[in-house]
Design a binder for this molecule. Structure first.
Ligand code: ADP
Ligand code: MG
Length: 291
């Protein structure tokens, strides 16, 4: 009866875009009581668009070109928005010595200059101090719920680039459905607290932790586990491999990166958050048939 039930579940799951990596995924689902979400690319579309570039000491167009050159080599959603805006504005130069700084930003050499793009924390770690005008500009964007990053060229912080994302249409209903199943929901993000709060409010999640590094997400999950919870983690994968692997149940959602697919227990191929409660309900229903 067990193999039959699993086969039926796999067939039903596949039609709904839910793929289980082995029967352990079903077992893990049984005791899950907290569902943790990554924000960018999971709760939001992860398709960001450029909102504004504000440069200080160089032309806005030059700032966009230099940032775009580095970001063209990065796979992050913030990077995609910046690279696309730069390409639309004109020719984007080549980047050399590109380096992704997971959860922080990216760097490289462009036209002989050292170009660094990323969150405020990256700038302080690298000893770059933004001028007051740019710090105020970044703060203004953050308070408006946008994701804003700095651009540093050589030793100076020269621009703020603001991007915005939209929440998946399916998110509020998916969260409500999880709550009806008796599950607690938590959002974890490396983005700023204002942007995080805006998204959380929109989708109905009350517990949110912002400004995290990828390893901080792992720590939050471990803390929940130490408190006796069984944790499911839903992520699109960019920077989330470790968190997906640490959770009792890892769910890779959407296009998913190879890292996410390798680390997850379930693959949800549709970038539709409703597949999260659907997968949990399917697992519960299947386990009931077996027992
Ligand atoms: P999230 O938890 O929202 O998925 P990440 O951990 O991937 O976010 O990234 C955290 C923050 O680091 C982003 O909000 C962004 O400010 C910054 N960041 C990460 N990668 C890049 C990049 N390639 N370029 C610019 N900023 C980046
Ligand atoms: Mg993400």
């Amino acid at each position: 009866a067990i193999p039959t039930a699993l086969m039926v579940a796999s067939g039903r799951g596949a039609r709904a875009g839910i793929f289980l990596k082995g029967h352990q995924a079903l077992e893990a689902t049984r005791d899950v009581d907290v569902v943790v979400f990554d924000k960018t690319g999971t709760v939001t579309h992860g398709v960001m668009r450029m909102v504004a570039v504000t440069a200080h000491g160089i032309e806005d167009s030059e700032a966009l070109r230099l940032a775009g050159a580095v970001e063209a080599a990065s796979e992050h959603a913030v990077a995609a928005a910046i690279a696309q805006a730069a390409r639309r504005a004109g020719q984007v130069p080549e980047v050399e010595d590109f380096e992704a700084l997971p959860g922080l930003g990216a760097r490289g050499r462009v036209l002989g200059r050292d170009v660094l793009v990323g969150r405020p924390r990256l700038m302080s770690e690298e000893g770059r101090v933004p001028p007051a005008e740019l710090a105020a500009e970044l703060d203004r964007h953050a308070r408006a719920g946008r994701t804003a990053v700095y651009l540093a060229v050589d030793e100076s912080v020269v621009a703020v680039l603001a991007v915005a994302d939209t929440v998946q249409d399916s998110a509020p209903a998916a969260i409500a459905r999880l709550h009806r199943l008796g599950l607690r929901t938590v959002m974890l993000t490396g983005d700023n607290a204002f942007a995080a709060r805006a998204v959380a409010t929109e989708i109905g999640v009350t517990e949110v932790y912002a400004d995290l590094l990828p390893q901080d997400k792992v720590t939050r999950i471990t803390e929940l586990q130490s408190a006796g919870h069984r944790v499911a983690m839903v992520g699109d994968g960019i920077n989330d491999g470790a968190a997906l692997a640490t959770a009792d149940l890892g769910l890779a959602i959407g296009a998913g990166t190879d890292v996410a697919i390798a680390a997850a227990d379930m693959i949800l191929v549709r970038a539709d958050l409703d597949t999260v409660p659907a997968a949990i309900e399917l697992a519960h229903a299947t386990l009931r048939t077996i027992r």
